[in-house]
Design a protein around this ligand. Structure first.
Ligand code: 13P
Ligand code: SF4
Length: 321
C-alpha cells in the first residue's frame, strides 16, 4: 500500500514536471486508469486514445496500453514525444500479421479494398486503404459495401467473421486471433447464466462465434461499457478483458460484473481474462519511462511508414468524427 502510494505520487510529480499526459486503455490495471483520470489524462478505447493524444497540448504523451496504441499516437502526433511504460507490450493480432505475408496476400487480390484493424503494426497500416477499430468496423464495412467494394480483412478472423455475418460483405479474412478473447467458452457462460439468471451477457467480437451467439450485446469496449450503463439488469457477465470492470463499476456502482469463464466448462471456473501485455503497464514501469524521457521506451515510427499509414488512419478519424 505505502509503496503503491509512493509510486503514484512519483508519477503525478513526473507528469507535471515533464508536461506529460497519461492516456490509458480500459484493459490496464485499475490503478493506472485511476491515475490517468486524476491527473487530467484519459481512459478510453484505442480509437479515442488516439484522438485524445492528437488533440492534447502536452509535449509528451505517455501511452499505457500495447505497442500499436503508442505507434498510432506517434503517427498522429509526430511533433510530440510518445513514451510507453514498456515497448514489449505486444498484441497477438499484431504479432499474427507480419507485413510481408500480409502484403503478399493483398497483392494476390488487387481488386479488393484492404481494411485492417488498428491492432497492427505501422507497416501493415501503411499497406491498408482503411484502418478500423471494433467501435467503427461495421459502419465502415457497410460504407464500403455501398460503393460495391470487395474487402480484404485483417488480422482478427473472429471479428472479421462477425462483421461478414452482420453485413453480408464480400470479405477475405486473414487468420489471426486475440489470445485473450479466443479463450472464452459459450458453455461456461451458459452455466454461469444458471447462477445469475437475470444477468445480461456482454461480448467483445474478438471472441469465437459460439460465444458471440450467447451474447445479449456484442460490441467494442466502449460499446460494452455503454450497454452496461444503459441496460436495466443488475448483473452482467462480461466476455472481455476484466480491466474494463473499473470503468463499468465506476459508471454503475450498484451493478455487479462477473467475468465470463474461459478455459473451464463449469460455472465455478474462475477465468483469467486479462491480456498479459496490458498487464505489463505497471506503476514501476510508468515511473521509469517518465524519469528517463528521451532514453527509455520512446516510440518511434519510420517516417515513410508514418506518412503512408496516416492516410487510412485519417479516413477512420474523419469517418468517425
Ligand atoms: P478497442 O479498440 O475496443 O479499444 O479494443 C482494443 C483491443 O485490444 C481489444 O482487445
Ligand atoms: Fe491484443 Fe487481445 Fe491484448 Fe487486445 S486483449 S491487446 S487484442 S492480445
Amino acid at each position: 500500500e505505502d509503496k503503491e502510494q509512493a509510486l503514484k505520487q512519483k508519477v503525478r510529480e513526473l507528469l507535471e514536471q515533464k508536461n506529460a499526459v497519461l492516456v490509458a486503455h480500459y484493459y490496464t490495471d485499475p490503478v493506472v486508469q485511476a491515475l490517468a483520470e486524476e491527473t487530467g489524462g484519459f481512459v478510453a478505447d484505442s480509437l479515442e486514445m488516439a484522438r485524445f493524444g492528437r488533440d492534447h497540448s502536452a509535449d509528451t504523451l505517455v501511452v499505457a496500453g500495447v505497442r500499436f496504441m503508442g505507434e498510432t499516437s506517434k503517427i498522429l502526433s509526430p511533433e510530440k514525444r510518445v513514451l510507453m511504460p514498456t515497448l514489449e507490450a505486444e498484441c497477438s493480432l499484431d504479432l499474427g500479421c507480419p507485413v510481408d505475408e500480409f502484403s503478399a496476400f493483398c497483392d494476390q487480390h488487387p481488386d479488393r479494398e484492404v481494411v485492417v484493424y488498428a491492432n497492427t503494426s505501422a507497416a501493415v497500416k501503411a499497406r491498408a486503404d482503411w484502418v478500423v477499430t471494433s467501435s467503427c468496423a461495421v459502419d465502415i464495412v457497410e460504407h464500403l459495401m455501398d460503393q460495391d467494394k470487395k474487402i480484404i480483412w485483417g488480422p482478427d478472423k473472429y471479428l472479421g467473421s462477425y462483421i461478414q455475418k452482420n453485413t453480408g460483405a464480400d470479405m477475405l479474412l486473414w487468420d489471426s486471433s486475440c489470445i485473450v478473447h479466443e479463450e472464452f467458452k459459450a458453455k461456461g457462460i451458459e452455466d454461469l447464466k444458471q447462477v445469475y439468471p437475470d444477468a445480461a451477457v456482454l461480448v467483445h467480437p474478438e471472441s469465437p462465434d459460439s460465444v458471440v451467439q450467447v451474447a445479449d450485446v456484442v460490441g467494442s469496449t466502449s460499446q460494452l461499457l455503454k450497454a452496461s450503463q444503459d441496460m436495466p439488469n443488475s448483473t452482467f457477465i462480461v466476455a472481455t478483458d476484466r480491466g474494463i470492470f473499473y470503468k463499468m463499476q465506476q459508471a454503475s456502482p450498484d451493478k455487479s460484473f462477473v467475468e465470463a469463464p474461459t478455459a473451464g466448462e463449469s460455472a465455478t471456473c474462475k477465468s483469467c481474462a486479462h491480456c498479459p501485455w496490458m498487464a505489463m503497464n505497471s506503476l514501476e514501469a510508468l515511473v521509469q519511462c517518465l524519469e528517463k524521457p528521451g532514453e527509455l521506451n520512446v516510440v518511434e515510427v519510420d517516417d515513410a511508414l508514418r506518412v503512408k499509414s496516416l492516410i487510412p488512419l485519417h479516413r477512420m478519424l474523419d469517418f468517425t468524427a
